[in-house]
Design a protein around this ligand. Structure first.
Ligand SMILES: Nc1ncnc2c1ncn2[C@@H]1O[C@H](COP(=O)(O)OP(=O)(O)OP(=O)(O)O)[C@@H](O)[C@H]1O
Length: 251
């Protein structure tokens, strides 16, 4: 479903991504974990066709993010930090507006809203103006908007940040329910507990480089650590040691 090959991105002379390659198949939640500034958002923005890579390639369901950007946009749904809701519109009006954007009729959008109400418990968000929403209500409409067209790939970038415990719970439950044959959820965060709970496999990225791709269990075994947090630090330490050794081996 997702093929990333030798992907690099430079902002001027700064390398935000260096030679990143991995694949992620359908029917899973794939976690992208890394500290602030690791390059996660850069990678996701390339997949969402919002940024061009400096080198390398990425394909979503067989379509190249550069050459087939429009096809890719139709296959993905994106939830990032921004809410961007129109204060004066109700939840239903916002979803109908975006339904039109995706080429869905109001009747089709309303049927999809009924389905999503079952999955996300949209409830009173549908009839109330979004200017009066709580953060949790806003997030429900933002997620419903991202999956209105039933995308094959759902991309979530720090989607739980700023949510209270209940809203976070309902987001994670939704992520787990969205996992299905033919679907891939990309879940990016710096919060280990979220990845530990939802991810079938995960990529760890740091300083723009891919450190590993594994299951949580596989990572604990390969690093001989008792928790994802410790495994993560152990990988970072290994990398720092290798970097310290590299100049000596050249000399
Ligand atoms: N437009 C830009 N111009 C220059 N540098 C940038 C730009 N966008 C991002 N960067 C830098 O690239 C690096 C990777 O940023 P990115 O936002 O991809 O990281 P991230 O893993 O998503 O981090 P966070 O969790 O903090 O959002 C950071 O050092 C950031 O400062």
């Amino acid at each position: 479903m997702l093929h990333i090959e030798h992907l690099s991105k430079r902002y001027g002379s700064f390398h935000a991504l260096r030679d990143v390659s991995f694949q992620a198949g359908e029917g899973q939640v794939f976690g992208l974990l890394g500290p602030n500034g690791a390059g996660k958002t850069t990678l996701l923005r390339i997949l969402a066709t919002l940024l061009s890579p400096t080198a390398g390639s990425a394909r979503v369901a067989g379509y190249d993010v550069r050459r087939d950007a429009e096809r890719v946009r139709g296959l993905i749904g994106v939830v990032n930090g921004g809410m961007g809701l129109y204060d004066r519109l109700t939840g239903r009006e916002i979803l109908r507006y975006f339904g039109g954007f995706y080429g869905l009729s109001d009747a089709r959008t309303d049927r999809r809203i009924d389905e999503l109400d079952g999955l996300l418990d949209l409830g009173e968000t549908l009839g109330r103006r979004s200017g009066d929403f709580s953060t949790g209500m806003k997030q429900k409409i933002v997620i419903a908007r991202a999956v209105l067209h039933d995308p094959q790939v759902l991309i979530l970038d720090e989607a739980a940040s700023g949510l209270d415990v209940l809203a976070r719970r309902s987001l994670l439950d939704f992520v787990l329910r969205y996992r299905a044959p033919g679907k891939l959820v990309l879940y990016s965060t710096h919060v280990m507990a979220e990845v530990e709970e939802v991810a079938d496999r995960l990529a760890i990225i740091e300083g723009g480089e891919l450190l590993t791709v594994d299951t949580v269990g596989g990572l604990l075994r390969s690093t001989a650590q008792p928790s994802l947090e410790r495994a993560f630090f152990s990988l970072l330490q290994d990398r720092a040691r290798q970097e310290r050794r590299a100049p000596q081996s050249v000399a």
